[in-house]
Write a protein that binds this ligand. Structure first.
Ligand code: 13P
Ligand code: SF4
Length: 317
């Protein structure tokens, strides 16, 4: 058996041999985050996929992320160390569902969160991420109906901050973030009433966090609704003694590395995504050795999905 150090050296050697770059999402296991060339949020990693020089991308994340990388970098080989690493949120809607929903609202603009399959993206008009969802919605003329999918909590958040009531929201959810609910948040805040709060908008408690601000339980300046990339930027500048983190617990590794003088603690310590954790040290090594688990997207689907992603990028967020 290898030590962790030997494993990391072997991973780096095989990556060089294969002309591969290793990308890891912020929810990956710590050892995977540490061995990767780049760690980041889902959109940041997809953007990197199209700009890195390497001919192969080993995507340590989940299936829809590897697909998004392939859509943006069709000439590259994209490997996902476990092809069964899915996403409960992406699974709440199919391409057929989008077509049926659109046929009930033929004049609506369809806005899809990046946590969707390539087939679903191909049926949508414009993509968004957790950091730019409100800007994407504002780019749609005010009198045009919007079908927002698939996350109900992100959808509710966007409705609230844009003040638009002509947004229909798909009732999907991520089981991990839905479990970080209002009750859990209220209990955690009661234990640490002076802490700051970073809340991912997929959380069941995203609405409760803003109600708590409204009710004067927590001052407005202490609560921020952020993507995982946004959390990391905020953490680098944080001056608080303690920040409570409402998202998947893998995020804590990056936050603690970025700022050792602030304590980052989970709102719900059981909020772990088992799909993300399917990418293990052994599987990463296996993929690098064998070149297995290649992710492909058929050309027509990729071309239609790329339009939706590029429209998002074009609005400059
Ligand atoms: P971001 O990294 O884009 O914030 O996404 C969070 C998430 O749940 C990805 O699965
Ligand atoms: Fe999907 Fe939720 Fe896991 Fe992210 S944390 S990959 S949204 S199941």
């Amino acid at each position: 058996t290898m030590t962790r150090h030997e494993w990391a050296a072997e991973v780096r050697r095989l990556a060089r041999e294969r002309d591969a770059v290793i990308l890891a999402h912020n929810y990956q296991r710590p050892e995977i985050q540490d061995v990767a060339d780049h760690t980041g949020d889902s959109l940041g990693l997809s953007r990197l996929a199209s700009t890195v020089e390497a001919s192969t991308i080993v995507f340590c994340g989940v299936h829809f992320m590897a697909e998004t990388a392939k859509i943006l970098a069709p000439e590259k080989t994209v490997l996902l160390p476990d092809p069964n690493a899915g996403c409960s949120l992406a699974d709440t809607i199919t391409a057929e569902d989008v077509r049926a929903w659109r046929s009930d609202h033929p004049d609506a603009v369809v806005v899809a969160y990046v946590n969707t399959s390539a087939a679903v993206k191909a049926e949508t008009d414009i993509c968004c991420t957790s950091s730019n969802a409100a800007d994407v919605v504002r780019s749609v003329p005010e009198d045009t109906e919007i079908l927002f999918l698939p996350d109900q909590f992100l959808g509710a958040h966007v409705k609230r901050i844009t003040g638009r009531d002509n947004i229909h929201v798909w009732m999907g959810e991520c089981h991990v973030h839905a479990g970080i609910d209002g009750g859990t948040l209220r209990e955690r805040v009661a234990e640490d009433p002076d802490a700051e709060l970073y809340v991912h908008p997929e959380c069941g408690c995203a609405t409760s966090a803003l109600y708590m601000v409204g009710a004067g339980v927590v001052p407005e300046e202490r609560v921020r609704v952020l993507s995982t990339g946004g959390m990391l930027s905020a953490a680098k500048e944080a001056e608080a003694d303690k920040v409570l983190i409402a998202t998947e617990t893998g995020m804590l590794h990056q936050l603690r590395n970025a700022n050792p003088t602030t304590a980052f603690e989970p709102v719900n310590s059981r909020a772990e995504c088992h799909y993300m954790k399917m990418i293990t040290a052994d599987k990463l090594l296996g993929t690098l050795r064998e070149g297995t688990s290649e992710i492909t997207v058929d050309e027509d689907t990729a071309a239609r999905a790329r339009r939706a992603v590029e429209r998002m990028v074009a609005i400059g967020t």
